[in-house]
Ligand binder design. Sequence first.
Ligand SMILES: [Zn+2]
Length: 319
Amino acid sequence: MKFKIITILVLLIAGLSLFVSGCTDSGTSSDNETAGQGAEVSGTDEPMTVAVSILPLAEFVEKVGGDKVKTIVIIPSGADPHTYESSPKEVQAISEASMLVTVGVGMPFEEVWIDRFGTINSDTLIVNCSKGIELRELAKHDEKLETHTEEENDGDHEGLDPHIWTSPANAKMMVEDIYEGLVQLDPENEAYYAQNRDSYLEELDALDARIRAKLAGREERNFMVYHPSWGYFAAEYGLTMIPVEIEGKEPSAQDLAKLVDIAKEKKVKVIFVQTQFSTRSADVLAEEIGGEVVAVDPLAKDYIANMDNVSDVFARNIV
Ligand SMILES: [Zn+2]
């Protein structure tokens, strides 16, 4: 791993603050056991910087990496990852990270970064989290509508669904990929990473069992969502997701009318939305079917708590 000016600065600041805290509250701090050994020791233990594109990936990295990593999250919360464009400054910061964890599918900004890395000779390790995951096509509600009209033209569905993390089974594979990346960069701490990974995988298994229990025994397993973020979740738990948005755009009035019919036929009572996207058509749709709009966030950081919350919301609103 090469030392860049920023790393050296961070080390200097860390060393200085160690020195200062040693002066001011000597003996009171319990998390400072190695303080007596000086800045050199803390220098070699400097956490490695791991850049990630979206918040749930930061959670996975921190769960496996513990205090040996610090994360940089590129997409600010509230931004739409599909259309996000990084500034050159961001690309520079990412290229100085030890590791970059990507969703690896259907996120155009990630491809821009990786192309840039090639041209600036970055030695950042790129971990593609979709490796090994069976990718789905991005659900389009017009696939549903097409059944009323003309046949699908096969081979014309190039868009793969990037929302891989919404299934805990996929999350487990992503955690595994992150573990391998960390061990590759820091083999000395393999046992530490393995222990963290194993306990997080157990938590994910427990989460999966809770979700299955909550969603068991439902008859009508259809739900509508403005932006189709929950395809892997739906596939994992036997639900059918009907997206409102058409290729990133609000549906036309005509499409909306068809969606109202579908919603009534499928006994859909709730239109799920997420804060990153406009919800005007979701509001119209909910009004037409006498239902309501409910927000669920696929991009929250605390993955397990969020998935528990989301599955509660689904369980309440899927009959
Ligand atoms: Zn999305």
